[in-house]
Design a protein around this ligand. Structure first.
Ligand SMILES: [Zn+2]
Length: 397
């Protein structure tokens, strides 16, 4: 069973309002939507007929009269899938994008699309099995690399061998029997923060993901800006040193070759083995390996070498961001992704460099903050992205 689609832009506006602001009375629902009372009533009745909206009992309304509250159909379900470099997250949400269930599993994206997508589909089917009688309206999918958005396929993703041109959207749509949408994971995380996180009131902002790699979601006037080929915001491959380490993309001295999760892990292992960091040497001896988060733990514990690693990384990242801020004049910069959690020193360093390097006019009112949603940003954003597509008219409005 598939979900009906809205028929005109008024219905789209009503559905999106119910999604973003929650259940309303008929009178409240019409506020700010330019429709006569009778037209509004007709559109609402039609949405109920289509099964997109339902009456949910009584709500106290203005003027003391009690009226029926309207809400999006309680049977509608959306899936958000966030495929990362080393894990896959799947969440089931209702039409208002409240997460009802969220599961995560370790799987390496380099094992290729068949293996990873099969795992994601297994997780999705398990979540759906617990929800009999509901309608799966769509699935949004994020992948850790550039995506041709119109085709729903990854394009030459550096850390995803075997994924280039793979029909990811087609696979999900066919397997789950619903509309699907695929985008870069950074773009979906940006949308997640926009829908339910710290960027809720921001119309123009940057979301910087520091994970295994580094990328940037660019939101302009509430829309994700993807560029001509879907590679807008791929800041991890901006060169910061023409004599630096070799990057997964084949170039030299890229930002993420300095400061992605993979780079931090490499540097942490080197520091531990050479004895430059006592904390990391000890951790390596205890656990047998190191991850980027260990650098954060070492820095928080005051290990001087680890503090230097975090400061240097924050400075290089801050320099790149200062350029972006001067260029785009965003109203907010959000730092997210696993490595962003390595401690307050990183945020302090990024702030200091951006405020120093960008022009005062661009930074006069520019908060630089941490993601609020953490691991949930991706799945909520993926659900939001497919929701935007479902709650649109065939003409795209
Ligand atoms: Zn690179």
């Amino acid at each position: 069973m598939t979900l009906q689609r809205p028929e005109n832009r008024h219905q789209v506006a009503l559905l999106r309002r119910l999604r973003d602001d929650g259940p309303r009375s008929r009178a409240e629902l019409g506020d700010g939507i330019e429709l006569s009372r009778s037209k509004l009533a007709a559109e609402v009745d039609r949405l109920i007929e289509l099964g997109l909206v339902e009456a949910t009992g009584l709500a106290a309304s203005r003027g003391g009269r009690r009226s029926t509250a309207l809400a999006l159909s309680s049977r509608t379900r959306l899936l958000g899938v966030d495929i990362g470099a080393t894990s896959v997250d799947v969440a089931l949400a209702d039409a208002e994008l409240n997460v009802l269930a969220h599961v995560s599993e370790d799987v390496e994206v380099r094992l290729g699309p068949e293996v990873v997508i099969d795992r994601a589909l297994d997780l999705a089917r398990k979540l759906l099995a617990d929800e009999p009688g509901t309608v799966l309206a769509g699935v949004g999918v994020g992948v850790p690399g550039p995506v041709n958005f119109d085709r729903g396929e990854p394009v030459s993703p550096p850390i995803m061998p075997g994924w280039n041109g793979y029909p990811v959207r087609e696979r999900f749509a066919t397997a789950l029997g619903c509309p699907a949408i695929v985008d870069n994971d950074v773009n979906i995380m940006a949308l997640g923060e926009k829908h339910a996180g710290i960027a809720r009131r921001a119309n123009d902002f940057l979301f910087v993901k520091i994970g295994t790699g580094i990328g940037c979601g660019v939101v302009i006037r509430d829309q994700v800006y993807r560029g001509v080929n879907g590679s807008a915001g791929d800041i991890g491959h901006i060169q910061v040193d023409d004599d630096g380490p070799v990057c997964t993309c084949g170039n030299v001295g890229c930002l993420e070759a300095y400061f992605g999760g993979a780079a931090l892990r490499r540097d942490a292992l080197a520091a531990a083995r050479s004895g430059r960091s006592a904390f990391l040497s000890e951790r390596l001896a205890q656990v047998g390996t190191l991850i980027a988060a260990d650098v954060g733990a070492a820095a928080e514990a005051g290990d001087p070498y680890a503090v230097t690693m975090v400061r240097d990384g924050g400075r290089v990242l801050g320099e790149v961001l200062a350029g972006l801020v001067s260029f785009l004049n965003p109203g907010l910069v959000v730092l997210g992704g696993g490595v962003s959690q390595i401690g307050h020193e990183l945020l302090a360093q990024v702030r200091s460099v951006v405020y120093q390097r960008s022009l005062p006019l661009a930074t006069g009112n520019l908060p630089i903050v941490m993601s609020e949603l953490g691991d949930e940003a991706g799945v909520i954003g993926a659900a939001r992205m497919i929701s935007d597509q479902i709650y649109s008219t065939p003409g795209g409005r």
